[in-house]
Design a protein around this ligand. Structure first.
Ligand code: 3LM
Length: 394
């Protein structure tokens, strides 16, 4: 029943019946590392997976279970897995699905630490990492082949906002038997449900919009039960141990209750900020999928229910002007991370994407002058006033 309810209803109710917890409106927090069983046979059967039941919180915990059910209801997947961070979700997933000799094909632009993991993690262990511009379908067709086991991308991509067509990339990857993994952190399931468009797995940094209040670090993977259980039992339990704490799960559950409301405000505030930036002489380019002249505006309309809260832009005065702008803002803080109530601004080349070498940044579409803005939930006139005042000082 719940899977067919509206998005906000699922974010508030799905997977929890207060009657099962003495009527408690809010689900209890299960702070326990281990679980007891009445007999040795029963505990053995739980370990063997012959019966349901918790036995240790690195494998499962009721508070995490609820978050996992709720995330699968929002992403429209059979199952989900909670992890200690977005990087925990990415590493547990990729360590589980790839072995030496396999190939992973990734999009040109990725979050800095994801890129660093491919280099310092997977590549060092005999997994071939290949990069392609997934916005170019001819290049993509040439690049996928039968050794490709995983196709991995972000849409919109952090930090430059490029979009990847989930349906067409999934179709092509599946011809070669590759699994498609989409990092849906920027869009959230409120805007895009990658599995409904053909992807196999969805990854989130729940630190961002899902938590939504800048008070936690967390990750999620969602997809088919068979894949999620493989990631839980190998990537998470044995390889990374990147388990979410029940405290964090409770905070993410609280955040999810307002995801629908918050995303609406993030989107309307960001649309207004993008339109404002577009009119400023000191700004050369604004990258926001909702702008009519955004190169992939039509794809954004097909694949996203609205255009999100993230903006990237370049100033006519280049990096120095961008830094001056950041330093001149009063309400808007200079900080990495995104999706919080507070509007945040940062410089990808020296911060979130400093894991790329300078020449790699050019190749991967991250110009030195690019500035990233995570538009928050403040009163829109205050955000615009702060930007306007700071732009006059540049
Ligand atoms: C950032 N991003 O400011 P955690 N996938 C995407 C992300 O943006 C991130 C992760 C995964 C930022 C973090 S940079 C030092 C701060 C698209 C994180 C990783 O492990 O939960 O941080 O998620 O862009």
């Amino acid at each position: 029943m719940m899977h067919t309810s509206g998005f906000a209803t699922r974010a508030i109710h799905s997977g929890y019946d207060p009657e099962s917890e003495q009527g408690a409106l809010c689900p209890p927090l299960h702070l326990t590392s281990t679980f007891t069983a009445p007999t040795a046979d029963e505990m053995g059967a739980r370990f063997a997976g012959e019966v349901d039941g918790h036995f240790y919180s690195r494998i499962s915990n009721p508070t995490l279970d609820l978050l996992e059910r709720r995330m699968s209801a929002l992403e429209g997947t059979e199952a989900a897995l909670a992890t200690a961070s977005g990087m925990g979700a990415i590493t547990a997933t990729l360590w589980s699905l790839l072995k030496p000799g396999d190939e992973i094909l990734v999009d040109r632009t990725l979050y800095g630490c994801t890129f660093a993991f491919l280099r310092h993690g997977l590549s060092r262990f005999g997994i071939k990492v290949r990069t392609v511009d997934m916005t170019n379908s001819d290049r993509l067709i040439e690049s996928v082949n039968d050794s490709t086991k995983v196709v991995y991308f972000e849409t919109p991509a952090n930090p430059n906002m490029r979009l990847v067509d989930i349906a067409s990339v999934s179709k092509l990857a599946h011809v070669h038997g590759a699994k498609v993994i989409v990092d849906n952190t920027y869009a959230t399931p409120f805007l895009t449900r990658p599995v409904s468009l053909g992807a196999d797995l969805v990854i989130h940094s729940a630190t961002k919009y899902l938590g939504g209040h800048g008070d936690l670090v967390a990750g999620i993977v969602a997809g088919r039960t068979e894949l999620i259980e493989q990631i839980r039992l190998y990537g998470l339990k044995d390889m990374t141990g990147a388990v979410m704490s029940p405290f964090t799960a409770m905070l993410v559950l609280r955040g999810l209750k307002t995801l629908d409301l918050r995303m609406q405000r993030h989107c309307s505030n960001a649309a207004a900020v993008a339109a404002f930036l577009k009119q400023q002489d000191q700004i050369a380019d604004v990258y926001y999928p909702g702008l009519q002249d955004f190169p992939q505006h039509m794809l954004a309309k097909r694949q996203m229910d609205d255009f999100g809260g993230m903006i990237a832009f370049e100033m006519t005065g280049g990096l120095q002007a961008g830094k001056k702008l950041i330093d001149s803002l009063q309400m808007i803080h200079c900080a990495v991370s995104l999706g919080d109530a507070e509007t945040l601004i940062q410089h990808p080349a020296s911060m979130t994407h400093s894991t790329y070498e300078p020449e790699e940044r050019v190749e991967h579409g991250i110009p030195d002058g690019l500035i990233r803005l995570s538009v928050g939930l403040e009163t829109i006139s205050d955000i615009l006033d702060d930007l306007d005042r700071a732009l006059r000082m540049v």
